[in-house]
Write a protein that binds this ligand. Sequence first.
Ligand code: GLU
Length: 426
Amino acid sequence: MTITDFPTTTSGIRGGVAGQQALDAAQFQLAEAVRFLGLDDGLHRMLATPRRSLTVSVPVRREDGRMEVVQGYRVQHNLSRGPAKGGIRFHPDTDLAEVTALAMWMTWKCALVGIPYGGAKGGVAVNPDQLTVRELERVTRRYANEIQPLIGPEKDIPAPDVGTDEQTMAWIMDTYSVNAGYSVPGVVTGKPTLLGGSLGRAGATSRGVQIVASAALGDPAGRTVAVQGFGKVGALAAQYLADAGCRVVAVSDASAAICAERLDVADVRAWAAEHGGLLGYPRADAISHDELIEMDVDVLVPAALEGALTGANARRVRARLIVEGANGPTSPEADLILADQGTTIVPDILANAGGVIVSYLEWVQNTQAYSWSADEVEVKLRDLMEGAFREVRTLSADRGISLRQAAHAIGVGRVAEAHRLRGLYP
Ligand code: GLU
């Protein structure tokens, strides 16, 4: 299959450039898995189409009294294996196509790691950095109110994603609870621990990245690492990889990229937290964002947004192993080029599944009104991540396909099997 040979219009949704590319990539990966599994056209169409999509207009009162209206989305891609699950993204470029792609990836991710959820995603087209805290709270609460009919602990459980955090989840939990008339902690995950959040959730995606990177490397000691994106996922992934014995040589965020013989990651994190980013960090050399992507390292961790690795730069990537902390950082074209070059890619739906795994553990704790120790959470996270990694690696080796193709084949296959067992109503 070539990368132009896939049904871009199957979902019937079109978006802006970035969103459309993400959705095209998701559809391409699904089409490959459908072909590998020998699924029929009807099932393919069903898996390619979101179950429910809601677009909402969110009016926001700015501090100066003006009212603006921003678009928000919640897409439930598939519900066959359980309630819908997935984060909410606040980003100016988000659109229905991107949210649909991200929801689809959540479906395969949850199925792959064996947690009983379907896939969903939400988004609001705002730049949180340009809003005051009060404006952000108003946007969040109004958006939560608009999507309230879709969400709920048994229906669809949001979580943080790009541009949202524990505070966002606390506001959503509060809005939902006030409307319900009682506290409903299980309506969101990634909450503050005081409100029922799980120990270990904040660093879970990064911990998962380190677990699969270590599994893929065998021995992480002394391996060189570059991390693109120094946000919630990337900064702690760099820290955990350094703690595991890797030598972190470069990191970047939107403001700057820096490199050194061995970065003191704890120091870089503290400095970035204090100064609002990496720009001007004194104990490293400044490099360009392209130079970071092209560095001769053992491991490259793209941990920012989609579109980091494309047909335009993939040939210059020299990392031996890529571990995708972000969702969809590698375009299908880049995937083919990197496979040709012999680069191993641990794909997003496996590499960054630690977040939704601990979200699941949080939700289980909430439904039992009980909480586990950090160690209990970490043991469960490690078991699920390592188990999924072994399954993907085995299928990839047995069938001579990439880790991404194997991960999608397993995820899509489980959802298809759930459809078959449940049958079609009516
Ligand atoms: N936003 C994260 C992801 O893309 C976590 C989702 C969740 O915890 O539900 O996997």
